[in-house]
Design a protein around this ligand. Structure first.
Ligand code: ADP
Ligand code: MG
Length: 456
């Protein structure tokens, strides 16, 4: 039996090391877990010695559950994990075959700026302006024309697929073309954190800071992920860089899925600096803007399709420009594959799965809670209760995630439904589930099935 086989802590940890890279991600594994030591196994208590306080905070916040689940599975009995900061030098190192992942797995080139490449299509020329994004566009244009002078911080926020990344990169392109001497760095918050972890691991924090200090235009995408780590180190380091650039008159552009006041960050000075910048949201485009977007896209890609048919697509896909573009491509692919003439009914048929407009069926929070409760075998009352034990809090997080994704309720009213929780708890739950969807195929599948079931 598994429990008999993996009775010793070293064996158990050795087995865990085999499966953990996939579960927690390479960066975390190589930075923290590979060098951790199984210090003690006493009944169900497993004490893991981790290399630094930062590692402890990092693992505690993001990976403790995964770790416990994994050890529980391997041991064949419940295991709870306690983290202790211990010596980095392994004393009795369990076998672990592969050498640490090279740094360039994470950072494109060692020593160079960890900037991600800009998408050549994300320029101002390719961006369609409508009332939904006019203010954001105007602010971005001004920033691009006079970086670091007019508004030192531009904060763009919207739901997914509405052009934040596009607009932010358009600033980058423009500045690069006009002022080639300026150092433009585009990075996602997640990449920033990865870079930070590597620097801490390699004792290169100082050069990490120097790196960022010579940036002239700092474009930081998906900042909400900075906030997902309560270990605080990454947030503090972000604040440090932010301030260094801010105070030397550099240009900062930030994109986020929520406004600054809803960002789940601890540092109130950072929040207030973000709020003091230009804060611009992008809303879902109206039908004329959507038509202009598909027309532009069709033109750019050399797609010959009549305006009426484009209108047909634009009318049906409302909420997300990326989906709109996907629908256009699907229609064109269908036409060229099957050699058929496109007609309005055929278009409706092809984009049926994408269309948001035809089936406005909105699910209620009650239905979501009921469905999730049944699946996790808990009661709706438990979801609304203060209890935090495992299946209940897991179920609650999933329900909150679905409520935020599938309904138009505000954070406040979702929190209120689930036992009067405040909006930061709602955001936290949402993040947790979003994160696990990204690394856990089973979770993705589960959420996907629930969404499908709920929207039927
Ligand atoms: P976000 O970062 O807000 O999730 P993106 O910037 O990635 O959204 O945009 C999603 C897709 O939609 C991209 O291909 C982008 O070029 C396109 N897009 C979004 N808004 C516009 C717009 N106003 N004009 C042209 N294309 C747009
Ligand atoms: Mg984006």
């Amino acid at each position: 039996m598994a429990s008999a086989l993996l009775a010793s802590r070293t064996e158990l940890w050795g087995a865990a090391l085999e499966v953990l890279p996939e579960k927690v991600g390479r960066v975390t594994f190589d930075s923290f877990l590979r060098n951790s030591l199984p210090l003690e196994l006493d009944g169900s208590d497993f004490v893991l010695g981790v290399p630094s306080p930062f590692a402890r905070a990092w693992i505690a916040e993001r990976h403790l559950r995964t770790l416990e689940r994994c050890l529980t599975e391997l041991a064949g009995q419940p295991v709870t994990v306690r983290l202790e900061v211990a010596s980095v030098e392994p004393v009795e190192r369990p076998q672990s075959a592969s050498p640490p992942a090279p740094l360039h797995d994470v950072i494109p080139t060692r020593g160079a700026f960890p900037s991600l490449p800009l998408n050549p299509k994300y320029t101002f020329d390719h961006f369609v302006v409508g009332t939904c994004n006019q203010f954001a566009h105007a602010a971005a244009t001004q920033v691009a024309k006079a970086p670091g002078t007019t508004y030192s911080v531009l904060f763009l926020h919207s739901k997914v697929g509405l052009g934040k990344t596009h607009l932010m990169q358009a600033v980058g392109h423009y500045v690069q073309a006009q002022h080639p001497q300026l150092q433009v760095v585009y990075i996602s918050a997640e990449q920033f954190v990865n870079h930070l972890i590597n620097s801490i691991r390699d004792n290169r924090t100082e050069s990490f800071r120097q790196h960022y200090r010579s940036v002239d235009i700092w474009l930081v995408d998906d900042i909400q992920f900075i906030a997902a780590i309560e270990g605080q180190t990454s947030e503090e380091e972000f604040f440090y860089t932010f301030n260094a650039l801010y105070e030397t008159g550099k240009q900062i552009v930030i994109a986020s899925d929520c406004p600054p006041r809803q960002l789940q960050i601890m540092n109130e000075r950072l929040r207030s600096r973000l709020q003091q910048g230009i804060v611009a949201d992008l809303r879902p485009p109206d039908v004329d803007t959507r038509l202009a977007i598909v027309e532009k896209k069709a033109q750019a890609d050399g797609i010959a399709i009549s305006r009426d048919l484009l209108m047909r697509i634009a009318q049906q896909i409302e909420s997300n420009v990326r989906v709109l573009e996907g629908a256009l491509l699907k229609v064109c692919a269908h036409a060229s594959l099957h050699g058929v003439d496109l007609t309005p009914p055929l278009i409706d048929e092809i984009i049926r799965d994408y269309a948001t407009n035809t089936a406005p069926s909105r699910v209620s929070i009650d239905e979501i809670a009921g469905h999730v409760a049944r699946h996790f075998d808990v009661s709706v009352e438990q979801l609304k209760s203060a209890r935090r034990s495992r299946p209940i809090s897991d179920a609650r997080q999933v329900a909150i995630f679905l409520a935020r994704e599938m309904t138009d309720h505000s954070l406040h009213s979702i929190g209120k439904f689930f036992g009067g929780r405040d909006h930061s708890t709602v955001i936290h739950s949402y993040r947790k589930v979003s994160e696990s969807i990204e690394r856990d195929a089973q979770m993705l599948w589960l959420i996907n099935n629930m969404k499908t079931a709920l929207s039927e």
